[in-house]
Design a protein around this ligand. Structure first.
Ligand code: ZN
Length: 252
């Protein structure tokens, strides 16, 4: 693959970085990322990943845009209310970067369709809002040895964790939350509220993790959970250990 003049110009500030360069930028353009959830986290994740040149991006979400989404789901506008989220998000991303492939899946991720939807993507970014989906993605990534970058937000608190299941030592979500908590479908944002910019902080950290995992640069969060308190503005990195007897041991 040879860069066009436009591509060199578009990605020049990344190509100039020694740890990325032409080779790294080509690697990003050859990579594919599935974003689960076109919400508060999915918005900044999708905008950054499209802008920085991930070659193929898929977005899966069943919801339509609602008024109550707009305070944090910055990819959508007031005019988008009642429109389908993934296809609406993708029409925005096309304007940001016409250089990449985009796919929308207007459905909920389930045990039945997850392989069909996710199999052609190298990496999955979880921006979903419920435990059922979180566990489904965790188990699928552990089985198919894909990289998972997951984020969660509620009130003023956020978490990010990365699992690179191609590495034997990677723990999984079930290593520290063995069972799906009660009310697995509860959307915390709806019941507990959330501060808009927190979605931007967590989603941006997830996008940053995606780039590092693809390029194998720096230290990713793999094996740690990052806990952020936006009120006190503290960032804590806590080591996660692989739990003996956990599901992921059989799969790795
Ligand atoms: Zn595990």
């Amino acid at each position: 693959m040879k860069f066009t003049k436009k591509q060199i110009d578009r990605y020049s500030r990344q190509i100039i970085l020694k740890k990325i360069g032409v080779i790294g930028q080509k690697k990003l353009l050859k990579s594919s990322v599935l974003i689960v959830g076109a919400g508060g986290l999915g918005s900044p994740i999708a905008i950054y990943l499209a802008a920085l040149g991930i070659g193929k991006i898929g977005i899966v979400d069943k919801d339509n845009v609602e008024m109550s989404n707009l305070a944090r789901q910055i990819i959508f506008e007031t005019n988008d209310i009642n429109k389908k989220k993934p296809s609406t998000a993708i029409s925005k991303l096309k304007k940001i970067n016409p250089d990449i492939q985009l796919r929308s899946f207007n459905e909920n991720l389930t045990r039945i369709n997850i392989n069909q939807i996710a199999k052609s993507f190298d990496l999955i970014v979880d921006g979903s809002d419920n435990f059922r989906t979180r566990f489904l993605i965790n188990d699928y990534c552990a089985e198919s040895k894909k990289i998972l970058v997951s984020g969660a937000i509620s009130k003023f608190d956020g978490q990010v964790y990365t699992f690179n299941f191609s590495k034997k030592k990677s723990p999984c979500l079930r290593c520290f939350i063995p069972k799906i908590p009660n009310n697995p479908d509860v959307d915390n944002c709806e019941f507990e509220g959330v501060l808009g910019p927190l979605a931007g902080i967590i989603g941006s950290i997830q996008a940053n993790e995606v780039v590092k995992e693809i390029l194998e640069i720096g230290d990713t969060l793999c094996g740690n959970i990052l806990i952020i308190d936006a009120l006190k503005l503290t960032f804590r990195k806590v080591k996660l250990n692989k739990r003996e007897g956990c599901y992921c041991n059989e799969k790795n």
